[in-house]
Design a protein around this ligand. Structure first.
Ligand code: KIV
Length: 262
């Protein structure tokens, strides 16, 4: 088991030029696999609305669903830092709402930090949550909760705005920032500008770390994958084959065999 990953360790990794490895997870068995492989940060992403619940966006995901998944991930995430993703409308309606909901991730679900989407526009929210002693990971660029405002899941290219967002979330107290769907040259400028680590997804190789959605990189679903995803396995194919073998053996009577019987 790796030594417990903390916010200060992540900042030290950036200073030492050591890449940060992050992945999402949504349940106990996968959290254990991911942590055992030495992944530093496990994000319980609201992407579960798409890859676990089968929705077309992250917008319907609720606080109760996020707390449930974060709690069961935390049980398997030995040593990795568990970050709970604040769902749509759990932090947008006011600072009190935001601090209370962020606190629930630590009190009720054993997360070590929360993540929320937005740049300069949510810097007051980041400051309020951080002031309550709760570490915040920011998320700028392509922010899926704003899919309707962005007019789709689109790469974000406004360099001036992205740099301003990055500076403001750092100044507000974020310990790290996710850069999603940003051209590599802009991500590099942001990474070179900030003291806190940048974690990229579709943001090129020069971020301080990388994150992918677990179900995408493991080939666990058939949904359309963005260009930035590399599939490291095809688990859906393996699962389909196993289930088909089982169905065939039940049908032809070869399962259960003698060794499976009392
Ligand atoms: O919800 C999520 O999984 C995320 C990552 C893609 C960064 O926000």
């Amino acid at each position: 088991m790796q030594a417990q990953i903390t916010t200060t360790k992540l900042i030290k990794m950036k200073q030492d030029g050591e890449k940060i490895v992050a992945l999402t997870a949504y349940d106990f068995p996968f959290a254990k696999i991911v942590a055992d492989a030495g992944v530093h940060v496990i994000l319980v992403g609201d992407s579960l609305g798409m890859v676990v619940q089968g929705g077309t966006s992250t917008l319907p995901v609720t606080m109760d669903e996020m707390l449930y998944h974060t709690r069961i991930v935390a049980r398997g995430a030995q040593g990795a830092m568990v970050v709970g993703d604040m769902p749509f409308m759990s932090y947008q309606a006011g600072l009190t709402q935001a601090v209370e909901n962020a606190g629930r991730f630590l009190k009720e679900a054993d997360a070590a930090a929360v993540k929320l989407e937005g740049g300069a526009d949510v810097s007051d929210v980041i400051a309020a949550i951080t002031a309550a002693g709760i570490p915040v990971q920011a998320h700028i660029g392509l922010t899926p909760q704003s899919v309707h405002q962005m007019g789709g899941f689109k790469v974000q290219r406004d360099e001036e705005r992205l740099l301003d967002d990055a500076r403001k979330v750092e100044a507000a107290g974020a310990f790290s920032v996710v850069l999603e769907g940003i051209p590599g040259d802009i991500s590099k400028k942001i990474t070179d500008t900030l003291n806190i680590p940048t974690i990229g997804i579709g943001a090129g190789p020069d971020c301080d770390g990388q994150i992918l959605v677990l179900h995408d990189m493991l080939g666990l679903n058939d949904r359309h994958l963005p260009k930035f995803v590399k599939q490291y396995a095809r688990l859906a194919d393996a699962a389909r084959e196993a289930v088909a073998d089982y169905a065939k053996e039940v049908a032809d009577g070869s399962f259960p065999a003698d060794e499976h019987c009392y």
